[in-house]
Design a protein around this ligand. Structure first.
Ligand code: ADP
Ligand code: MG
Length: 320
């Protein structure tokens, strides 16, 4: 007997993740119900991944689920929100139980890891696979990190390393056995980015603005600059280029303009510098100062020899 829509939901998408007090009603009714403690705001973000556009159709479903989950959860990190629950809208061109099994296991592993419940969704048939995840988190009213608070004089920081996920695009179609150690690390970064949830929560009291790096460092910093009405100078030599790119000719280009790293870029008043250093030690995560916010609009790059050039905010855009 082929699996019905409801059989599929019961088998693969019921009880995924952890039980959360905030989820008063989960999978099985017309709506899910959330109950937040008084004084908390609900943070919601949704991301869609389309086959052949955002992921290769032959991608391992276990890894693909984790990538879909993590790129969406990263938006909660960027707002300083605590993860609670998520929904899944899944369009499939056919029912492939091995694929569904891998996909739901990948989701379950990460939902547990980030303490989230799969609380609802939609399952449909369509011409090509499309995965839409909506994540929900909580943040005390008024303290969410936004893109609009950067001030002249603030220091610009980046967490972790940049560029490796962009390098992975060239090797996505190669079989794992043929890859070098560096190439395997790029693929790892691409499929398993690390949403910086703990960092985002800790930055609620420290940062003036934040964004997660999904389109590319310069493009995403550009969003902070636009929303805050400021400019910036970046020191090229200080960018935390991924160590796996040390022999790559495009390392700096990838670090500046490549997307998919899902690190956080955030701005901090100079008086908070020591707190950021302490946070970096506590989290065991490099938090690298890469430049400074200026009143003069635009993004400028200072090279090692001191010359300053304007940077166009390059990054991935769907309609260009
Ligand atoms: P409705 O017809 O009322 O929109 P559905 O038949 O689409 O409801 O879904 C039935 C229940 O299963 C709902 O509670 C819905 O949230 C849940 N659901 C459907 N698809 C998924 C999925 N892929 N993952 C998790 N929950 C799902
Ligand atoms: Mg209904």
């Amino acid at each position: 007997m082929p699996l019905s829509e409801f059989g599929l939901i019961a088998r693969y998408f019921t009880g995924v993740g952890v039980a959360r007090d905030e989820v008063a009603l989960g999978v099985g009714d017309d709506c899910l119900l959330l109950q937040l403690p008084p004084g908390q705001q609900l943070a919601i973000s949704v991301d869609t991944l389309v086959a052949d556009v955002h992921f290769p159709r032959h991608a391992d479903p276990f890894l693909l689920a984790q990538r879909a989950f993590r790129v969406t959860v990263s938006d909660l990190a960027a707002m300083g929100a605590t993860p609670i629950a998520f929904t899944l809208a899944l369009t499939l061109d056919r029912i492939d139980e091995a694929w569904l099994d891998g996909f739901s296991r990948g989701l379950a592993v990460d939902a547990k890891r980030f303490g989230m419940a799969l609380a609802g969704g939609d399952t449909t048939r369509g011409p090509l696979p499309v995965i839409t995840l909506q994540v929900m988190g909580a943040v005390p009213a008024g303290v969410a990190l936004t893109r609009s608070g950067a001030k002249p004089g603030d220091i610009i920081y980046v967490s972790g390393e940049l560029g490796a996920a962009r390098a992975a695009l060239a090797v996505l179609d190669q079989s794992a056995q043929t890859l070098s150690i560096d190439e395997q690390q790029w693929l790892h970064r691409y499929y398993l980015p690390e949403p910086r949830i703990d960092l985002g929560i800790a930055l609620r009291d420290i940062a003036s603005a934040a964004i997660d790096i999904s389109d590319g460092f310069s493009a995403d910093l550009g969003h902070i600059l636009d929303r805050s009405g400021v400019g910036a100078v970046i020191d090229a030599a200080s960018l935390p280029v991924a160590t796996s790119l040390c022999e790559h000719p495009d390392a700096l280009v990838f670090a500046l303009g490549g997307g998919d790293d899902y690190e956080l870029c955030f701005t901090v008043p100079p008086a908070q510098r020591d707190n950021v250093a302490a946070l970096s030690r506590r989290l065991g995560l490099p938090l690298t100062p890469v430049g400074e916010i200026r009143a003069e609009p635009g993004l400028r790059l200072r090279a090692a020899d001191g010359t300053v050039t304007a940077v166009a905010p390059t990054g991935y855009q769907h309609f260009e």
